[in-house]
Design a protein. Sequence first.
Length: 187
Amino acid sequence: MQNTTLKTEEKNTTKRMVTVALTTAVTCILAPLSIPIPVSPVPITLTNLVLFISVFILNWKDALLSYVVYLLIGLAGLPVFSGFSGGIAKLAGPTGGYLIGFLFLILIEGMLINKFPRRKLPAAAGMILGMAVTYLFGTAWLAVQMKIPFTAALSIGVLPYLFGDAIKIILAVVAGPILQSRLSNIR
């Protein structure tokens, strides 16, 4: 009996490590794909979509771990940030506040998904609240970096992205539970 329990724990640990690593890899692959927009130094990326879905696939702690590993990979200089960039300059630059804000996105979304499992409305609310906090961090940092008023940073760092982020939330609320269900069946 003890041998069976040990093997099950090893499988769970291995599965968890592989899932976290694969999620980090997907983030490293999709996050650099970006579309620059003329009105803002902040490009459109898929980073938040990956993070929205990662909280479904992993739990919030593992999603946070995956994202921190992604940040460390980028800080080490590998080109995993938007526009295939990397290094401390990206975190210290105009988009650094958004990269930090994503940590809170994962925490907020994760808390609501954990509290209300398999419920789409609380999941969407967690994503919306998490993005609001991300926008707050990102806009404040953008204003400081560009030496512009907060309202001006809001108009170039948030307003152009609201529609696209709403679409990403809808996609994540639909796809996240499906992926979660399918991946939970993998042994």
